[in-house]
Write a protein that binds this ligand. Structure first.
Ligand SMILES: Nc1ncnc2c1ncn2[C@@H]1O[C@H](COP(=O)(O)OP(=O)(O)OP(=O)(O)O)[C@@H](O)[C@H]1O
Length: 357
């Protein structure tokens, strides 16, 4: 496991008396692709700006390679930022755009021209030196913005929704480009997005945030397969989130029906949230299912069918490669390993009641 490169220690930030980050603790390792993921306004950009030096926290420290850089200005940090708006200088050529920062630093002509060549090759735009920004597509402009950042040889690249303005296909292509770039450069990427698919595709580590708090830190697999709370489960992919009651270890009651599960240690007769991914709901014959229901909606999604099944008094979201027409009587089966049990927030406890079978 690589070394810690950046350590955010007890970072709090408020604007106009409004707390935006509350005692946030997070470390980022060398060569990691770490993504801050969360809904609009949750504090992702503020966290990134604090790392980049564009904001100062009200309390807490930013440690870089063991050194306190909390009050160091952005240009003194070995950290560069790529924003969603590429902010290229329109009156300059691509080469001049990339050279801009290096000229200010007083680098030699030869050094600058070598760097421009290297950076353009890295972003797959060899030969674009004399083009103007206006003649480039959105994706190409974004690559130039990245080239401009990497010629400074930063140890860390901060990317704030850099693909937000691109269309879906281009965004997906650029996601792979960014992974390749990160691997070739061998540097740390800290990426901000509210797009969960983007986060799952690219990251080594995902930090899920909500309202200034970290909800969960983990690999994409951890976050998707073992969400720690209903917020994470709901935010990452589609989920059936159902109030349940832990009857005993390995038995949870959902909608009045007992389902075997693998979770233990929740306490008996304890209200819980049960999370089941739509692809983990198996549709079987009514006789063999744990509960029976009727298909009420069907949509073809390309790789799978999305269905809704009314069973035991609620709609179940189901993804399946098999098609069951609306009106089909089906049974629902869920493998015990695919039933995630979560503690309910305290305030919701009183809502749960035992449903007699
Ligand atoms: N300079 C500022 N002055 C006042 N309030 C601010 C400032 N910057 C951010 N905020 C507020 O802080 C909160 C967090 O903002 P932030 O930009 O970090 O969220 P975000 O998660 O990046 O959201 P988005 O995805 O919409 O960019 C928001 O409520 C925002 O309005």
């Amino acid at each position: 496991m690589s070394n810690k490169l950046i350590d955010l220690v007890n970072i709090s930030k408020s604007y106009d008396g409004q707390l935006v980050l509350d005692e946030l603790n997070l470390y980022i390792r060398e060569n990691e692709f770490l993504t801050l993921l969360g809904p609009s306004g949750c504090g992702k950009t503020t966290t990134l700006r604090i790392i980049g030096g564009f904001e100062t926290p009200n309390s807490g420290k930013v440690i870089f390679n063991g050194e306190d850089i909390t009050h160091l200005p952005p240009n003194k940090r070995q950290i560069n930022t790529v924003f969603q708006k590429y902010a290229l200088f329109t009156h300059m050529s691509i080469a001049e755009n990339i050279a801009f920062g290096l000229k200010i630093k007083g680098k030699s002509k030869q050094y600058i021209s070598d760097k421009i060549k290297y950076a353009l090759k890295l972003v797959n735009l060899d030969g674009f030196e004399n083009r103007s920004p206006a003649s480039l597509s959105g994706g190409q402009q974004q690559r130039i913005a990245i080239a401009r950042a990497i010629v400074n040889e930063p140890k860390v690249l901060l990317l704030d929704e850099p693909l937000g303005a691109l269309d879906l296909k281009l965004r997906q292509d650029m996601q792979y480009e960014l992974i390749r770039l990160k691997n070739e450069l061998g540097i740390t990427f800290i990426y901000v997005t509210h797009d969960q698919e983007e986060a799952l595709t690219m990251s080594d580590t995902i930090v899920v945030m909500n309202q200034g708090y970290i909800q969960q830190i983990g690999t994409p697999e951890d976050i998707y397969n073992e969400p720690e709370n209903a917020f994470v489960a709901d935010f990452i992919g589609d989920s059936n989130i159902i109030p349940g009651l832990m009857l005993e270890d390995k038995i949870v009651q959902i909608q009045g029906v007992s389902f075997p599960c693998v979770d233990i240690g929740f306490g008996h007769n304890r209200p819980v949230d049960v999370v089941i991914r739509p692809e983990d709901v198996e549709l079987v014959s009514p006789e063999t299912g744990t509960i029976c229901g009727t298909v009420t909606h069907l949509i073809f999604k390309g790789v799978h069918y999305e269905m809704e099944v009314m069973a035991a008094g609620r709609e179940w979201l189901v993804h399946s490669t098999h098609m069951f027409p609306v009106g089909t009587e089906v049974g629902i089966h869920v493998d015990p390993f695919n039933i995630q049990i979560m503690n309910k927030p305290e305030s919701e406890d009183e809502e749960a009641t035992v449903i007699e079978e």
